[in-house]
Unconditional design. Structure first.
Length: 411
C-alpha cells in the first residue's frame, strides 16, 4: 500500500480492499477495516467497553456473524456470503424451518427497485431479518418450507474507533469525522472512510497553523461515545467536517453548518462554486449524520459536509446498487481535491473569524439534562428498523422523531 503514491490509485486500491467487508457498530469487520486504514497511515485505535453509559446511550455488545442463509430444497436461495446486505445488520441468531407466510414477515425488499437489496439495521431492537431484492422475493416458492439460519452471536467486548490529532502551531482545531459502520455500499460510506484516511495522510505531512482532529467511528453511537469521553478536549474546536457520500455521478452538494453563515460556509461555498457548475446547497438539517451530535446544544461545533450524491438524495441510497458501478474513484478524487483547497483557505484565515458570536448561539435550556441527542428509540419515538429511506413510506415514529429532534437541537 505504501508504495502507491498516486492518490487516485490509492482510492481504487482502498475501494477494492474495503468494499466486501461486513461492518456494523462493532465486530470483526470493523477491526479489519481499521487495520486496512492503518496500513495507509497510522492513527490511534480507541476502544469503548460494551455497556459503558455515554450520556443517554450505552455502548453495544459486539456482534459476530459467521453465516446466514435462506434455503429451499436444501439449496441456498438467499446467501449472506454472496452479499452481506442480505442480513438485517445486528440480527439476532435464528435457526428454524419456517413457512412462506411466516418468512415473509421477516423479509425486506423494495418493490420500486426490483434489483436492489435494501440495507436495514436493527441496532436497538432485538430482532432478525433478511433483505432481498424484489425479483428474488417473487422467485420464492410460496408453497415451500424454508430453512433459515443466522449464525450470529453477541459478546461483551469493545466498540472500536480511531483518532489522530495533528498538532499545528495553534491549539485551535478543526475536526474531520467519518463513520465506518456501513457494510458493502460504496458511496455511503466507503467514500467517506477513504477520504478520511487520505486527508489524514496528507495533513500529517503539512506544517499547519491549526490543529486537526481526525475521528472515525460507527455513526451516532460512535460520535456520542467520543464526545462523552473527550468532552473537555473539544473546547478549542472551531469547526469541522463530516466526510460522507462523495463519489456518486450526480451533483456536487454542500450541506451548511447549523449557523448557515459561518466562516466555514463561506470558504466551502467559494471553493466549490469555482470548481463545480450547478452546485447544490443544502440548508442544515438534523437528519443527516454525526453533525447532529457535534453541533448539539452543549458542543455547538459548526460542521459542514461536501457531497457528490448526498445521502437521501440518490435513488440507490442504502441499497446494494450503491456499489462500485455507481460510485467512482474519480469522483471521490475530485471532492478530495476540493477538501485540500478548503484546508488551504482555512489555514489562510485568522482564527477569530471562526469564533461564533455569542448572540448567534442559542443557549440550550436542556443543558443539564441532555448532551448529544437523547436515545429516542428506547422511548419508542424512533423507527425500530434503521436504514429505511425514501423508497419506503415514512413510518409514524420517524415523522414524530423529526420535530422532537429539531426541538432538542435548537431549544
Ligand atoms: Zn447511511
Amino acid at each position: 500500500m505504501t508504495q502507491l503514491n498516486n492518490t487516485l490509485d490509492e482510492i481504487k486500491f482502498l475501494y477494492s480492499e474495503l468494499f466486501p467487508i461486513c461492518r456494523s457498530l462493532t465486530g470483526d469487520g470493523n477491526t479489519k477495516s481499521l487495520k486496512i486504514l492503518k496500513n495507509v497511515t497510522d492513527f490511534k485505535v480507541i476502544k469503548y467497553k460494551s455497556g459503558q453509559q455515554c450520556y443517554d446511550w450505552k455502548i453495544p455488545l459486539v456482534w459476530r456473524i459467521k453465516d446466514a442463509y435462506i434455503k429451499s430444497d436444501n439449496k441456498r436461495v438467499i446467501d449472506f456470503k454472496a452479499n452481506n446486505l442480505h442480513v438485517v445488520n445486528y440480527s439476532h441468531p435464528i435457526k428454524k424451518k419456517i413457512s412462506f407466510n411466516s418468512l415473509k414477515k421477516k423479509l425486506h425488499y423494495i418493490e420500486n427497485f426490483p434489483k436492489a437489496i435494501p440495507y436495514r439495521t436493527s441496532y436497538y431492537e432485538k430482532d432478525w431479518g433478511f433483505c432481498i431484492s424484489y425479483n428474488d422475493f417473487l422467485k420464492l416458492d410460496k408453497k415451500s418450507e424454508f430453512d433459515v439460519l443466522i449464525d450470529s452471536k453477541f459478546e461483551d467486548g469493545y466498540m472500536h474507533c480511531g483518532e489522530f490529532l495533528k498538532r499545528g502551531s495553534s491549539k485551535k482545531e478543526f475536526i474531520f469525522s467519518s463513520y465506518f459502520c456501513h457494510p458493502s455500499m460504496a458511496n455511503d460510506n466507503l467514500s467517506g472512510m477513504i477520504a478520511w484516511i487520505l486527508l489524514l495522510k496528507y495533513i500529517k505531512e503539512l506544517k499547519t497553523k491549526f490543529s486537526y482532529r481526525f475521528i472515525i467511528i460507527p455513526e451516532t453511537i460512535g460520535s456520542i461515545a467520543y464526545l462523552f469521553n473527550n468532552e473537555k478536549k473539544l473546547s478549542d474546536t472551531l469547526g469541522g467536517f463530516v466526510l460522507t457520500c462523495m463519489s456518486g455521478p450526480g451533483r456536487t452538494g454542500y450541506k451548511k453548518t447549523f449557523l448557515e453563515n459561518h466562516k466555514l460556509d463561506d470558504i466551502c461555498i467559494n471553493v466549490l462554486k469555482n470548481e463545480f457548475k450547478n452546485l447544490k446547497i443544502y440548508p442544515f438539517d438534523v437528519f443527516g449524520s454525526d453533525e447532529r451530535q457535534y453541533s448539539s446544544p452543549h458542543f455547538r461545533i459548526p460542521i459542514s459536509t461536501i457531497t457528490k450524491d448526498k445521502y437521501f438524495d440518490y435513488e440507490y441510497y442504502h441499497t446494494s446498487l450503491d456499489n462500485l458501478n455507481f460510485a467512482k474513484p474519480e469522483n471521490l478524487h475530485k471532492i478530495f481535491n476540493s477538501y485540500l483547497k478548503v484546508i488551504e483557505n482555512i489555514e489562510k484565515t485568522d482564527s477569530s473569524e471562526f469564533v461564533i458570536k455569542k448572540n448567534k448561539l442559542k443557549k440550550n435550556t436542556f443543558k443539564s439534562v441532555y448532551k448529544c441527542e437523547p436515545m429516542l428509540s428506547k422511548r419508542k419515538l424512533y423507527p425500530k428498523l434503521g436504514g429505511a429511506n425514501f423508497q419506503k413510506k415514512t413510518s409514524n415514529s420517524k415523522s414524530l422523531s423529526k420535530p422532537i429532534m429539531w426541538t432538542l437541537f435548537f431549544c
